[in-house]
Design a binder for this molecule. Sequence first.
Ligand code: NAP
Length: 524
Amino acid sequence: MSNAPQALESYLSGGWRRGEGVETELVDPVRGDVLATASARGLDLKAALAHAHRTGGPALRGLSFAERAKLIGAVADVLIANRAKYETIAVANSGNTKIDAAIDIDGGIGTLKYYARLGSSLGGATFLLDEKPVRLAKAENFQAIHLLAPRHGVAVHINAFNFPSWGLWEKAAVSLLAGVPVLAKPASSTAMLSHEMVRDVIAANVLPEGTLSLLCGGAGDLLDHVNGADVIAFTGSSETAGRILRHPNILARGVHVNIEADSVNAALLAPDASGPAFDAFIKEVSREMTVKAGQKCTAIRRVFAPADRADAVAEALLARLKKTTLGDPRDEAVRMGPLVTRAQQAAAFEGIGKIAKDAQVLTGGATAPSIDGIDPAKSAFVAPTLMRVADGAAADAVHDTEVFGPAATIIPYKTESEAFALVERGGGSLVASVYGDDRAFLARAVSELGPSHGRLLMVEASIADAHTGHGIVMPQCNHGGPGRAGNGEELGGLHGLRLYHQRLAVQGSSDLMTELQAKAFALH
Ligand code: NAP
């Protein structure tokens, strides 16, 4: 990579365009070097949306699901062919280890491939049917059916900094399959990877014009120009989500918005858990704390243990965390890199400080760790930080502070009902995982924790080695959560397509219903 900062361009209205000046410097969080700059200043975002609307929408809607699926597969092939350079970018711009980079890069490619396969199974259909026709009146031939029609707008995807690849492609795969063109806006601080990937896809000419646009830099006046046919899929902090939801144009035009925000996800050790279930719990908590330096929206933040097991849990976690080598991820021996920016480091320290008011810090803490050969004044490291509260019910900050870094807190519980109530104090989360072999307990946990979560991972001995992980989002499963997690729903196989479709009832003759059924793919 050259030393001169690269000015990232945006692909809008069918061409690569450079914004004026510098809005954001993209920095190597280990060395402090400026790698690139981003700016969207002066770009005509109204024209970009209109272009995608005018050219990309009709091009996709003119194709069947199977034909759109082929496009998605072709995007995956381009990314696979260029994978090696993506890893180098992820290491430099995001401070990723190779494993971290793989979760982001291969997670994005895998999701594209999954939707390419799923889409091809929908064949020549161009829209979806939700239910079988129902009779509405005495006359048998007057019926109604619910169908899903692709929206005639643009899918505006606003993404978080922690997944510049997965975040881009998990959203794009679904909207392209649905027949809705994409305008993606990666978070500025780590946009290099999204930029490079989109450059390769555009250069390979595998997508019809107008179906994929990229905005590198701030959102500028983008939200002023979306309309009621568009969809906004946002991933990021709840503060920004609130700003988007309260934006006057979004309110006035009733723009459909899906929010994937933050959460204080829980892992819960069942009262009886021992053997493989206990080991799986310890392994998963330490992995969630350290993979991507804890910068996953799904990462475990609260660690619930029966009060009489809290010491054993602390001891086992400390033993594993001690083995986590911090440093420059270019070094093969390093297991955990820095946070992506010094601003994120400062935010993580602030969060740790808040939780630590009611908690004992067992390891790590709110100061930069000292690492051989690393300048603490230029880098963004946070040590794996394990805390423990004495009384989960009396503590406040731990239940509502998301430290977006390698930090988690052990919360002892006395009874099953106390455990469920404390987990619920997270106010709605993306995911919780429960570990134990008492299946009746696991079933009670599903009904008690279900309403406040978008996903539950239930780990018993039989799947202790087989499960895909607490924090890994599988495209087959729902991603999103209620309450503070944003109330969003993404992925989940075909369910994910709903976001980009208008569901409507069509009332008419039974002959028309038969004709619609022949042209559509039935979801039920
Ligand atoms: P953020 O600061 O909220 O930024 C998210 C995105 O919103 C960025 O692309 C940002 O652009 C953009 N943005 C900022 N202000 C905006 C505005 N007024 N209008 C439109 N867009 C705006 O979040 P982040 O720091 O990147 O990400 C960390 C947070 O994301 C964490 O809290 C994490 O839990 C959450 N997250 C959630 C999920 C999930 O799936 N639920 C996944 C990943 C992360 P700029 O970068 O240009 O400012």
